[in-house]
Design a protein around this ligand. Structure first.
Ligand code: NAD
Ligand code: DAU
Length: 350
């Protein structure tokens, strides 16, 4: 029996990872540690919350003494670390929050793991979930590989780059078994509607302007979130110690082409005249320091561990739109903040 700590499991990607591990590995004990910030939502996990191999702990990874005591009490065999401040725009207005959670929080987890595991690292693993944004930006050609030099531009990507460096430092200095993956933009269910795709779906549905930064020419490489969760599963179980894997969708879109495609899907789903939703597209002031292009070379992951994306983007986008239209209550709760009060009192605050 393995006891795995998954941090940030109430967030977008974390909830998919928790669900996958709880359902696929009934012999594992999964402990989900999450602070339940604005982005954390236990409704994302309603379908598995009563499973015997799942437990939720509310807590803040920035609180070092709490993290230490949790590790001492629980004897974890592994950590899959996803908890983070994740939104680039918020990092531009509040960079310190990103340093605290993404850097200090990660080092607190590493410290606690080191204290508890130092007599035998061989059967314990620290898996750090990171982003392709640590590599900075690409020009019109080329792909990010695992050898691309770090060159972060936003406070978010700088904090994630820093946390990656700390994870490698703990492997090099103390001999800890660590793995890092750097993934491109995810999309799918339970995505908080501050991010481009769910924000656009919500605004189109409500006939509100869809803000496109600058000229909409920036390029992102989109990956179905369940394919990311599967990649994490594969890497967690099969990677050699100390490895890094890039994860991506081989699926580059300019923001404006993506939004126009989404508008066409929404017209069809909502029974609107062709071109109706696209009238909502509104070009707004560009994001400061906006990276032009991200695109991942995930051939190492394919070659060594056999992972490839499973879903075509057009199919994934349809599924995503359907999910948001079928889960209006979830969307209304997260946009009104109701989900925080819904769960208030069920879990003691630390
Ligand atoms: P998210 O914002 O949806 O979820 C983050 C979760 O972390 C939330 O549940 C939140 O409550 C929790 N959290 C935040 N601060 C915390 C703290 N101090 N202590 C404990 N819990 C805390 O983020 P996401 O999009 O699911 O991203 C998850 C991870 O994957 C992040 O590390 C992010 O950098 C990385 N990532 C995201 C993407 C993407 O496209 N979203 C792509 C690559 C990598
Ligand atoms: O590449 C991986 C990263 O992808 C993750 O590490 C981050 O956690 C995740 O948030 C995401 O970052 P982006 O900044 O790429 O995602 P976002 O959805 O905020 O923006 C996607 C693109 O759309 C980006 O070029 C900015 C643009 N955009 C975004 C918003 C919110 C708009 O044009 N309008 C918007 O309203």
């Amino acid at each position: 029996m393995k006891k795995i700590l998954i941090t940030g499991g109430a967030g977008f990607i974390g909830s998919h990872v928790v669900r996958r591990f709880v359902n696929t590995y009934p012999d594992y004990q999964i402990v989900n540690l999450d602070k339940l910030t604005y982005a954390g939502n236990l409704e994302n996990l309603r379908d598995i919350e009563n499973k015997p191999n799942y437990r939720f702990v509310k807590g803040d990874i920035v609180e070092g003494a709490f993290i230490q005591s949790l590790f001492e009490a629980e004897s974890f065999d592994a950590v899959i670390h996803l908890a983070a401040e994740s939104h680039v725009d918020r990092s531009i207005s509040s960079p310190l929050d990103f340093v605290l959670t993404n850097v200090v929080g990660t080092v607190n987890l590493l410290n606690a793991a080191r204290q508890c595991w130092k007599d035998d690292y061989s059967s314990r693993r620290f898996y750090h979930v990171s982003t392709d944004e640590v590599y900075g930006t690409l020009g019109e050609t080329g792909l990010f590989t695992e050898e691309t030099a770090y060159d972060p531009h936003s406070p978010y990507s700088a904090s994630k780059a820093s946390s990656d460096h700390f994870v490698r430092a703990y492997a090099d200095t103390y001999g800890m078994d660590t793995v890092i993956s750097n993934c491109s933009n995810n999309y799918g269910s339970f995505h908080f509607p501050e991010k481009l795709i769910p924000l656009a779906i919500n605004n189109i549905k409500n006939n509100k302007p869809v803000p496109v930064y600058g000229k909409g020419e920036n390029i992102r490489d989109w990956l179905w979130v369940e394919d990311h969760a599967r990649a994490i599963d594969v890497i967690f179980h099969q990677s050699a110690s100390g490895q890094t894997y890039n994860i991506g969708g081989h699926n580059e879109w300019t923001n404006i082409d993506l939004i126009r495609t989404l508008c066409a899907v929404m017209d069809r789903k909502l029974g609107r005249a062709e071109g109706e939703s696209a009238k909502l597209i509104t070009f707004v002031t560009d994001r400061a320091g906006h990276d032009l292009r991200y695109a991942i070379d995930s051939s190492k992951l394919q070659r060594e561990l056999g992972w490839t994306p499973s879903l075509q983007f057009e199919e994934g986008l349809e599924k995503t739109v359907d999910w948001y239209l079928e889960n209006q209550e979830w969307l209304e709760n997260v946009t009104s903040g109701n989900y925080q009060s819904y769960y208030q009192g069920q879990y003691s605050d630390r």
